[in-house]
Design a protein around this ligand. Structure first.
Ligand code: GLC
Length: 755
């Protein structure tokens, strides 16, 4: 950015930079317009067509002869983007066809699902969200972009910013959990990490806010199922992270597969035009999800390809991923005046603008540097970034009798569980270009601390080989190894058991109707417990699990998600105390599947409490508590934090700032980090508000036996909400502010907001 030495202050410098950015933008707009004027209708529509590449796939597989046809279309300028081709040589070869053989030589843009790493896997996004460390999350995205860019990728289909409250849905692993405030902060961090400060930079790739919108609310948690939700939830829960991504400058959005109030998102002009392109002034482009233009037919929304194409493009979907409909149908639709040329021009302008911003016209081979590929991919810089992120993502759920940390000497430790030695599962679902079985296993991580570590695998979790697009076969019969593990547990000091889900049991197409430990794992856990109660349970999972027996009986439980390539090193450093865990849950863990969806920021209802003993007419279950197993925001530390002196400091008005202060004390001999969370309750409002809403958090590191005063300022942005017309609304009245290390805190103060 331009740094004017004579500038008197930041403001002047910012003004100059803004002016420069505007000038650059208008230069690009002029280039786009002049190129557009040279293009035939077919070439314009070609820019709106995205093909899956010639290697692997992430959706329904194209048939063989399609591949030949795709090369032909690139030569004719009928392709704007390719996904799933990667590697400098491969991308250079395909780019060469577009640039040198098509009439106008418009470069392709190459997309790929760099969701949590490219070849070096960072933790799954839900795990990264558990760190609440926005700086680390941004850095993790930056490193993923750096590695992907070195492999020729210009565009990642990330961040996924879908809020979800339903752990049955497999894609909760891909998002930031259940809260829109945390989700918005993380969306911003990820967009800025991927896109950097300057898109023309070699390490920047464009990001994609997905899936727009409400994909995280599938009925019954079943993948691709319908999403029917109220206006207030749409405006206050679903949309804010997308708005945050837009404010962060994200250059693309992706449709969601679901319908919203009867209109599929791919053809939903309320979402794409009214909200995204008009109200939010989004000036990038919208890509469909895989084949979602074609899916308007099975949705029962379009009778045929022509109608589907017309509905989608008129609603604001600019690029068609792998349904071929735009390429086959739009020319005729324009010639028959069913679709305006201005609609096509607007879509193509958006696409070309992003390509100019990326610098692809200046140098179509900008991302095709063989030396960089060798130097960056799999480098120690990326690996240590993945380890740092993994350490920060671990959540200590329970730790009774100081079971943890493990002693480095003089403790006989047994490690149990198929997942403990699994080098593939920790790579998670969206393993992109990861090398198979490349993760550091927990067994390998712990062996670095204890050369006498005993390992007894127990029964297999998975039968046969796993594949990205195939069902995972869970072992429910073969108990081979169970007896040995139980026997081995008899005469050791502590048993570390790694149980949970395989990395391919969550992700797209991976909904579960149960949230227990799959297969024979619960049986293994209870049988080992019978012979040795001193168990440390390490969870590997891509979603919240309902494991009430474990919470009741097991003294120490660590949430270790799928932590990516450095999984084993991170888990071992936490277990042996070299890293003091600071993670906090970004999603509520249920006691039972029957409670789902369960989330902390719920509404009160008209009968929230039991009025008198055994009276049944209040909001509850006969056979289950209303309380979660572990609350949103929960996470322990090897330190001990206390909250005192909470006060609301100032007199306040709706245009002012509400100041909140408290004292945080580390009452232990260990330095540690705590995520101090602030929740708000607008007690009486014209649209009912949740019982609590996260409105601030600070990640604070405190030396042993020290205290610090923590301050929060609440402004309109925090005090208001969207009313059912989508307008931001602040109302005077009674508020409650809560502060603590979890959403279950009851440390609160009341205050009034006055006009
Ligand atoms: C998939 C996913 C989407 C992904 C796209 C390309 O179906 O829904 O998130 O980016 O296809 O792989």
């Amino acid at each position: 950015m331009f740094c004017c030495i004579s500038c008197k202050n930041n403001n002047e410098r910012n003004l100059v930079n803004q002016q420069m950015a505007n000038d650059k933008k208008s230069v690009i707009d002029q280039k786009v317009d002049s190129l557009l004027s040279l293009m035939t209708l077919e070439e314009k529509i070609g820019q709106m067509n995205q093909y899956n590449g010639f290697m692997d796939f992430t959706g329904p597989v194209p048939n063989e002869e399609d591949i030949e046809r795709k090369f032909e279309h690139i030569k004719k300028g009928y392709v704007g983007s390719i996904l799933n081709v990667r590697g400098v040589e491969e991308i250079r070869a395909v780019q060469k066809i577009a640039v040198e053989q098509s009439r106008l030589g418009i470069p392709l843009i190459f997309g790929f699902d760099v969701i949590h790493g490219y070849q070096t896997m960072s933790p799954i996004p839900l795990a990264e969200a558990a760190s609440w460390d926005l700086k680390a999350i941004k850095e993790s995205a930056r490193l993923a972009a750096k590695e992907a860019a070195a492999a020729g990728i210009n565009w990642t289909f990330a961040p996924m910013v879908d809020i979800s409250r339903d752990a049955r849905w497999g894609r909760v692993m891909e998002g930031a959990g259940e809260d829109p405030y945390l989700g918005s902060k993380i969306a911003t961090a990820r967009v800025k990490g991927f896109q950097g400060d300057d898109l023309s930079d070699k390490e920047s790739i464009i990001a994609c806010a997905k899936h727009f919108a409400a994909y995280g609310f599938p009925e019954s948690g079943r993948e691709y199922n319908n999403a029917d939700l109220g206006t207030s939830t749409l405006y206050n829960v679903v949309l804010p992270p997308f708005q945050a991504a837009n404010s962060a400058g994200v250059r693309t959005f992706m449709n969601s597969f679901n319908q919203l109030n009867g209109i599929p998102a791919t053809a939903n002009s309320f979402l794409l035009r009214d909200i995204l392109k008009e109200k939010w002034s989004f000036d990038g482009f919208v890509v469909s999800d895989w084949g979602s233009v074609a899916e308007l037919i099975p949705h029962g929304y379009a009778r045929d390809a022509s109608i589907a194409s017309k509905l989608a493009v008129n609603a604001g979907t600019d690029m068609d991923m792998e349904s071929y409909f735009y390429l086959n149908e739009l020319v005729k639709l324009v010639n028959d005046d069913q679709v305006n040329t201005s609609t096509i021009n607007d879509a193509v302008r958006r696409i070309l603008k992003v390509k100019f911003e990326l610098g692809l016209f200046d140098n179509p081979y900008k991302y095709c540097d063989k030396n960089l590929e060798k130097k960056i991919i799999g480098s120690t810089e990326i690996a240590s970034g993945a380890l740092d992120m993994a350490l920060k993502s671990v959540v200590l759920l329970k730790n009774e009798n100081q079971t943890l940390p493990l002693k480095k000497k003089g403790q006989k430790v047994l490690l149990v569980g198929a997942l403990a030695s699994d080098k593939d599962s920790p790579l998670g679902n969206w393993r992109a270009a990861a090398i198979e079985n490349s993760a550091v296993s927990i067994l390998e991580g712990m062996q670095q601390y204890d050369e006498n570590l005993i390992y007894s695998k127990g029964p297999e979790l998975i039968l046969g080989k796993t594949e990205f697009a195939k069902e995972v076969q869970i072992n429910t019969q073969d108990r081979f190894g169970m007896k040995e593990a139980i026997q081995a547990a008899k005469d050791v000091d502590v048993v570390v058991m790694v149980l949970g889900e395989h990395g391919l049991q969550s992700g797209e197409g991976r909904s579960r109707s149960r949230l227990d430990l799959p297969g024979l794992q619960q049986e293994l856990l209870e049988k080992v417990f019978k012979v040795n109660r001193n168990i440390v349970l390490v969870l590997n999972n891509g979603r919240p699990l309902a494991i009430p027996w474990a919470k009741k009986n097991i003294p120490a439980i660590v949430e270790a998600w799928q932590l990516g390539s450095q999984s084993g090193n991170a888990v071992a450093q936490v277990l042996y105390g070299d890293y003091n865990p600071s993670g906090k849950l970004p999603m509520t863990f249920p006691r039972s599947i029957g409670q789902v969806p369960i989330y902390y920021n719920h509404k009160s209802t008209g009968r929230p409490n039991l009025p008198s003993a055994d009276f049944v007419f209040w909001s509850h279950y006969q056979d289950e508590s209303n309380e979660p197993l572990w609350a949103f925001g929960h996470g322990l530390s090897y330190s001990k934090f206390e909250y005192t002196d909470l006060k609301v400091v100032n007199n306040y008005s709706t245009n002012g700032i509400v100041k909140v202060e408290l004292t945080l004390t580390n009452n232990s001999n260990r330095k540690g980090k705590e995520v101090v969370q602030l929740y708000l309750k607008d007690k009486f409002s014209k649209v009912v508000r949740p019982v609590k809403e996260l409105k601030g958090f600070q990640l604070i590191e405190l030396a042993p036996n020290t205290s610090i005063q923590v301050k929060f300022e609440l402004a309109d942005r925090e005090l208001g909400f969207y009313d059912n017309e989508g307008k931001w609304f602040i109302e005077q009245g009674d508020f409650e502010v809560y502060v603590g290390g979890s959403s279950s805190t009851d440390l609160s103060r009341s205050f009034k907001l006055l006009n």
